[in-house]
Design a protein around this ligand. Structure first.
Ligand SMILES: Nc1ncnc2c1ncn2[C@@H]1O[C@H](COP(=O)(O)OP(=O)(O)OP(=O)(O)O)[C@@H](O)[C@H]1O
Ligand SMILES: [Mg+2]
Length: 262
């Protein structure tokens, strides 16, 4: 199974080139988008600076996940542009774009197969050593060692049942193995027990280190550590800044913070 075989109605530009080596970041400019008739994203402009962590927050349905789909070009924009440094997303080969972006999504995608199948998913042909290293960094190696069949343990129906936290760590290991320069993390909303929470935090830190990352944050710790917070409401950006600064403004972020995180 290859992640690049996912069907897509997106048409590749004839002169499309490989993903560039970026040094500035990702720029969204006047981005508007509708899934169907009704517009979901309205005229959004913001940058995701190179090597830093940008957190996206907002109520359910405000358009956060949609933004991640646009950056991975699962859909084309109706208006505006997305650029990697100065190169428009439409000028980049789709396969190359997706090879350079690792997404850990809200609903972890577990393939029907072994633990190894699930980790190797983003990078076919990876060595055994690299797979274990990714598992180690994602804090899932101990769990794998505990299984009699180790990496070859089947997950799902006839194999071991995975907890929410284990699934997340496997998907983090998958993203680590992929070793893409850009990481998009759509944090799961479901709360985990304290132990899993700690393990996940550690794994996420490893994943975001030295990468350009966009995190849809539901955890307070992620938001505190972000270099920049973008606040969305009903498909628009309503505030931008750092935690303390946004709290002081006593606007949307403060309301969201008081409702969700206190
Ligand atoms: N595939 C789709 N087709 C049509 N509408 C969609 C689709 N996916 C999402 N939407 C709509 O777009 C809006 C934004 O959804 P999105 O998933 O981006 O929100 P979100 O901010 O990620 O919410 P949550 O915090 O619950 O994950 C919602 O009104 C949603 O119903
Ligand atoms: Mg979402």
């Amino acid at each position: 199974m290859d992640i690049n075989q996912v069907k897509s109605s997106i048409v590749e530009d004839k002169g499309a080139i490989n993903f560039p080596k970026i040094s500035k970041g990702i720029n969204l400019e006047n981005v508007s988008f509708a899934y169907e008739k009704e517009e979901t994203i309205h005229d959004i402009t913001f940058s995701i600076p190179f090597g830093k962590t940008t957190a996206l927050v907002g109520r359910s349905g405000s358009g956060k996940t949609t933004i991640t789909k646009l950056i991975d070009r699962l859909y084309d924009l109706d208006n505006g542009s997305i650029k990697f440094d100065r190169l428009d997303i439409k000028k980049i080969k789709l396969r190359s774009l997706r090879e350079n972006i690792a997404i850990v999504s809200q609903d972890t995608y577990i393939v029907d197969g072994t633990i190894k199948d699930n980790i190797i998913y983003g990078k076919q042909g990876a060595s055994e050593e690299d797979i274990w290293q990714a598992a180690e960094m994602a804090d899932i190696a101990d769990f794998i060692h505990q299984q009699t069949k180790g990496m070859n343990t089947l997950v799902g129906e006839r194999g071991v049942k995975l907890s929410g936290g284990q699934k997340q760590r496997i998907s983090i290991a998958r993203a680590l193995l992929k070793d893409a320069p850009i990481v998009i993390l759509d944090e799961a909303t479901a709360s985990l027990d304290n132990e899993s929470e700690k393990n996940i935090q550690h794994a996420l830190k490893a994943l975001m280190k030295n990468r350009t990352s966009l995190v849809i944050a539901h955890r307070l710790s992620t938001i505190y550590n972000a270099d920049q917070i973008i606040v969305m409401s009903q498909g628009r950006i309503v505030e931008k800044g750092k935690h303390e600064q946004l709290l002081k403004q006593n606007g949307s972020y403060a309301r969201l913070y008081n409702a969700q995180f206190k």
